[in-house]
Design a protein around this ligand. Structure first.
Ligand SMILES: [Cu+2]
Length: 158
């Protein structure tokens, strides 16, 4: 593919955002928030870190913030962002992520994500697990993550 065409394709993909895998079509509405497609990836064993991905759109006129999540299957759930240092991707814990009025926060492989530590069970494809998202204004919102195969979604480790 010519270099220009490849660049245009990449820009199109970035603009559209990564598509969630099949089988994670949930839609949750809570106040002014619309939460789509909570999904995760299978893990090999209890104790292995697990991920949580979803998108959150703020349809309101006031800013919102995602403060984190509590998941029964994890000893601790963190908010991570991924930054690139050349070819090296580094994860960093953050206290919260903003969702501006009319904006969408997307947690996806290669970007921001929920990181579940000290998991109590292996996650099998086709399974589900519950978490409570915590928002600065909306408060707690219960969601259920659909577990996809380990390599599902965009090609990024986490
Ligand atoms: Cu992480």
């Amino acid at each position: 593919m010519p270099r220009m065409a490849l660049a245009a394709t990449l820009l199109t993909l970035l603009a559209a955002g990564p598509a969630p895998p099949e089988g994670s079509e949930a839609r949750i509405e809570a106040g002014k928030l619309v939460i789509l497609h909570p999904w995760s990836r299978a893990t090999a064993a209890a104790g292995a870190p697990a991920v949580g991905y979803l998108s959150i759109t703020n349809t309101g006129a006031a800013p919102e913030r995602l403060l984190g999540a509590d998941c029964a299957i994890a000893g601790m759930t963190m908010l991570h962002t991924t930054t690139r240092d050349g070819a090296v991707a580094r994860m960093r814990a953050v206290d919260s992520l903003p969702i501006p009025p009319g904006g969408t926060l997307t947690l996806a492989p290669g970007g921001s994500h929920l990181m579940l530590m000290d998991t109590t069970q292996a996650l099998a494809p086709g399974g589900r697990f519950a978490c409570t998202l915590r928002f600065a204004t909306q408060g707690p919102v219960a969601v259920e993550f659909a577990v996809q195969p380990a390599g599902a979604g965009p090609k990024a480790p986490m």
